[in-house]
Design a protein around this ligand. Structure first.
Ligand SMILES: Cc1cc2nc3c(=O)[nH]c(=O)nc-3n(C[C@H](O)[C@H](O)[C@H](O)COP(=O)(O)OP(=O)(O)OC[C@H]3O[C@@H](n4cnc5c(N)ncnc54)[C@H](O)[C@@H]3O)c2cc1C
Length: 429
């Protein structure tokens, strides 16, 4: 078997979301511009920061290497979830109750922030409520039940209820899972619609947005930050690096702490009998280490994500996903996939975001480890708050201990590949 190659970030295939919304083009940078703040990367993190900075009167320039939505933010599962990527149980064990509760409360604020942003700026992103977290091995049931109790008692979160096997089968339209949790306090949306709407709102607020402009170098010169691109440069007081898993080579510390993992999704044709699948319209994630996640789109397709790849070979996305869909919904064995695509999830060793001031005036935010739809948008806003100097809620994320991936530049990817393969094999038993 060939040795796993270094995996460069992937955005393969045309996503279903690209066919649901018009993406207006923004110009490429041509010449030299000055700004108070430079943002590198136009995903949720960067565009949300640009929107809130511009809205508070800051001169902001954002440079995006490709088009808005070509990174993870335009290609994901659209599931908001609740809390952080790591559970309150794990965070409490590591950091104590106060810090864990603070992180949970911030994630609740992130949900509220998303709804407020959509309402304020008239962004229609097909939001639908409900999340089912389901158990693929009976032995996980007690943990899930205990989690619902803990969330109600210690975290004042009343929206989780335990589902037995029968209720789970009824809500899923599938007998494949043994039970799980129903969360009525969260939901899912079309991420590309959210991203396109956020970019438009940022531009209206006065942010100068550029696409097709990859930053090839970022350095401090004479007390200011200077970014170089093929046909121009930006000089700014401060910079935010929001490149997540797609920015390999821009900054060594970001590369060492945020690694790309491929994740793949398919969209079926509109289902012939949509009421047989998720009749309540919730989104689903399961208990596998290599999580399977699915939901129905606003027009009644099944969007199903699951396979992750730890090498550069994306393989035949559609073939793998169809097999997984048929395991959960045997009656969809022959359903056609109209779209199959992949994107890079930025993960960290601790599966919590990497937020750091890398050097004076240069901050990075990324590595949401598959849990960034609400948190990346929110941390973008928290960065703007910090710049404005009125609040500093970003500090709670900065305080997290996020070690670099072991193995140095050459061995990082092969080691991650081995670790992930080990855990994904455990999903089968
Ligand atoms: C397939 C998939 C499914 C997912 N599902 C979910 C989910 O259901 N729920 C959830 O919460 N999260 C999910 N995620 C994760 C979520 O999408 C991310 O956490 C979030 O979008 C991160 O946003 P971001 O702005 O930090 O990064 P990105 O959206 O990746 O944006 C980074 C941008 O930086 C740009 N860039 C990189 N280098 C440069 C450079 N040198 N110069 C200029 N620009 C540069 C890139 O082109 C890119 O557009 C999923 C991710 C994937 C890939």
């Amino acid at each position: 078997m060939a040795e796993p190659a270094y995996q460069s970030p992937v955005s393969v295939g045309r996503s279903f979301y690209e066919d649901t919304v018009e993406r207006p083009a923004y110009p490429a940078l041509d010449g030299s511009v000055e700004a108070d703040i430079l943002v590198v990367g136009g995903g949720f993190t960067g565009l949300s920061a640009a929107l809130h900075l511009a809205a508070s009167g800051v001169r902001v320039v954002l440079l995006e290497a490709h088009r808005f939505g070509d990174g993870a933010s335009g290609r994901n599962g659209g599931q908001l979830g609740t809390g952080q990527r790591r559970s309150p149980e794990e965070l409490e064990a590591q950091y104590g109750y106060e810090a864990s509760r603070r992180l949970f409360d911030l994630a609740e604020e992130a949900k509220a922030h998303l709804h407020e942003t959509m309402a304020t700026h008239g962004i229609e992103a097909d939001y639908a409520p409900g999340q089912l977290s389901v158990v693929h091995r009976r032995r996980h049931l007690d943990d899930y039940r205990a989690h619902a109790d803990l969330m109600a008692e210690r975290y004042a979160y009343p929206h989780l209820t335990f589902m037995d096997g029968d209720e789970t089968a009824r809500r899923l339209g599938s007998a494949r899972y043994f039970g799980g949790l129903r969360d009525t306090g969260t939901g899912h949306l079309n991420p590309m619609k959210l991203l396109v709407g956020t970019a438009a709102a940022a531009a209206r607020a006065g942010a100068r947005l550029f696409e097709g402009t990859a930053v090839s170098g970022l350095a401090r010169e004479g007390g200011r930050v200077v970014a170089r691109a093929a046909r121009g440069r930006v000089t700014a007081e401060r910079a935010l690096i929001a490149v997540n898993a797609y920015g390999t080579g821009l900054n060594e510390r970001v590369d060492a702490h945020v690694m790309p993992i491929g994740s793949f999704i398919g969209a079926t044709e509109p289902l012939a009998e949509p009421e047989r699948v998720l009749p309540g319209g919730e989104a689903v994630d399961d208990s596998r280490f290599v999580v399977r996640y699915f939901r129905k789109s606003a027009d009644g397709r099944l969007l199903f994500g699951g396979r992750e790849a730890y090498t550069s070979a994306a393989g035949d996305i559609g073939r793998h996903l169809r097999r997984q869909i048929a395991e959960v919904y045997p009656h969809l064995r022959d359903v056609a996939l109209t779209h199959a695509w992949g994107g890079s999830v930025g993960i960290t060793m601790e599966r919590m975001p990497y937020v750091r001031e890398l050097e004076p005036g240069i901050t990075t935010i990324g590595g949401f480890s598959g849990h960034g739809v609400m948190l990346s948008n929110f941390t973008g806003r928290l960065y703007a708050e910090r710049v404005a100097g009125n609040r500093d809620r970003l500090a709670a994320f900065e305080a997290l201990r996020i070690p670099a991936f072991p193995g140095g530049r050459r061995l990082r990817s092969p080691l991650l590949f081995l670790a992930m393969t080990w855990y994904s094999l455990r999903d089968r038993f």
